[in-house]
Every structure is written in C-alpha cells, then in structure tokens.
Write a protein that binds this ligand. Sequence first.
Ligand code: NDP
Length: 295
Amino acid sequence: MTATIIDGKAYAQGLRGRIANAVADLSGQGVTPGLAVVIVGEDPASQLYVKNKARQTVEVGMGSFEHVLPASATEAELLALVARLNADPAVDGILVQLPLPKQIDAQKVIEAIDPAKDVDGFHPINAGKLMTGVPGLVSCTPLGCLLLIQSVRRDLAGLNAVVVGRSNIVGKPMAQLLIAQSCTVTVAHSRTRDLPRVCREADILVAAVGRPEMVRGDWVKPGAIVIDVGINRVPNPAAGQDKTRVVGDVAYAEAAQIASAITPVPGGVGPMTIACLLRNTLEAACLRRGIPMPQ
Ligand code: NDP
C-alpha cells in the first residue's frame, strides 16, 4: 500500500481563502479583525515565522500589528504591552511568540492575555474549556492536525488514536480534540513502555516529539492515518557541507508504505498552524461582537 499524501499546504491555502471571504463579509459590517504579534528578542527563526504570520494576516484582509521588544525587555514591560493590547478595540487576537528570554516567566505572560483574545489557545481558561467541551479558542497546531485528519476521514468515532508527546501546546490539546471526536485516546511520552507496541494499536497516530524520524514504519498499523507534527533540522551532507534539511518525527518513506494517509514534512502540519491562527482570530473577532462565526 502507498499512502495518500495529506497536502497541508494546499489545505491551508484553501482555509485561508475561506477566511479571506469571511473577512470581506465582515468588512461590509464595518469590522476588520486584527491580530497583534509580540516578539521579544532577535531570534532569526522566530523573526522569520513572525514575518510569515504578518504577511498572511494582511493577505486575508485582517489588521496586523507587530510589536518587537528588545531581548533585554523586562517582564513588567511585556505585561504592560499585553495589558494595552487587551484594552485595544482594534486587536482581536494576541500572540506572544515563544520562547521568551529567561528573565520573563512565560506562564505569567500567557495568563495575562485576555482569554477572549488568546488566539494561541494557551490560556488555562481556554485549555479548561477544551477539556470540558465548552466552545473556546483551541491551540492552532492540534486544531490544524484535526482538520487534516478529517480531510481524509470525517467520522473518527471509535477509532484508536495514539498521540506521542504530552506538551501543553500540542500533545495534550490534540488528545482532547480526539476525545471530543469520540476516539479512544492513548497519550504516550518519554516514560511510555514499549512505544512501538503502543503505536501499532493506532488507527490515528500523531507524532509530536521533536526527535527526527523516531517513529519507524514497523510502528505503524497497516491503514493508519499518520500525522507528523515534528520539525527537526538534520545535517544533509548530500547537498553539501554544513547543509541541513527538515525532517519530521516519522520515518516518512517507511511509514508511507504502511499507512493509508500521511502528512509530509515539510508541507503537512506546518502550514496549517498559521492558517488556524487566522481562523482563531476570525473566531475571536466574531465572538467578541456576538456575530456568528462564518462557516
Ligand atoms: P516538547 O519538547 O514540549 O514535547 C515533546 C514531547 O515528546 C514530550 O511530551 C516528551 O515526553 C515526548 N518525548 C520526548 N522524547 C520521547 C521519546 N523518546 N519517546 C516518547 N516520547 C518522547 O515539544 P512540542 O510538543 O512543543 O513539539 C513537538 C514537535 O513538534 C517538535 O519537533 C516541534 O518542533 C514540533 N512543532 C511543530 C509545530 C508546527 O507548526 N508544525 C508547532 C509546534 C511544535 P516527556 O513529557 O516525558 O518529556
């Protein structure tokens, strides 16, 4: 069997197109959703990511507000900026780019964001809403994974899902979303015993670990849907000295022989994260104004 390749880039493009249409409709009602992105310091990877976000925000017709603080910024300065953004009526979504410099307590900053503007879905109020099945803002990467899974199989009820990784930003919310879809969910992590055996039970296997190609082909149940969240930069001597390439947490070539559908890296989950951020900003803009979320 050769798996269907789940094209996250194409799906994300379609999603951004639908968001742009909804934003155009809202502008007819005098509403322009706005996303504020805050970056502290000059980490080049974060800066590139933030630039991409800003470009895509403007492309769907939303307002984009970028705030750059120096790496030496204090926690008090960042909290003051968050408070200003919370109070700013033009801002519907606030994203503080992580990681933050060590003098700043990231959890404190996350908890300072108005949950109604928490488009990353990291605030404990939104995490709690997800857990209790109350509508709220859901973490972008797992939301993107769910949309990709449902692009190949709509009804997930009764399927065995294994999520490898238990971080607050990917693994745990992913597990909650799959529980809400009536999957039987196992969350695996670094202390899990016999991980290959656990993975072989999975009709849906989500790898969010951060270890290049850790999940081998023989860990995959024949016909499973495999979602690879990992982004790992590894040496690429074939392309020249000091060259690198990006691989996922799944040994793609092996797994694609066994799975029924699989996301590639790059071009799978990655592009969905920003698209879901824009979706969340649209949702936050609608919720704050009591407007129904366009479908
Ligand atoms: P974290 O480092 O926060 O979490 C990694 C998880 O993997 C932990 O729960 C850890 O277990 C588990 N783990 C580590 N080693 C093993 C092992 N040998 N066997 C089983 N489990 C293991 O990472 P994130 O959740 O933030 O990210 C995971 C990956 O996804 C990374 O590659 C990251 O770059 C990528 N990512 C991609 C995004 C995208 O847009 N596509 C967005 C966010 C992340 P334990 O808890 O026991 O330590």
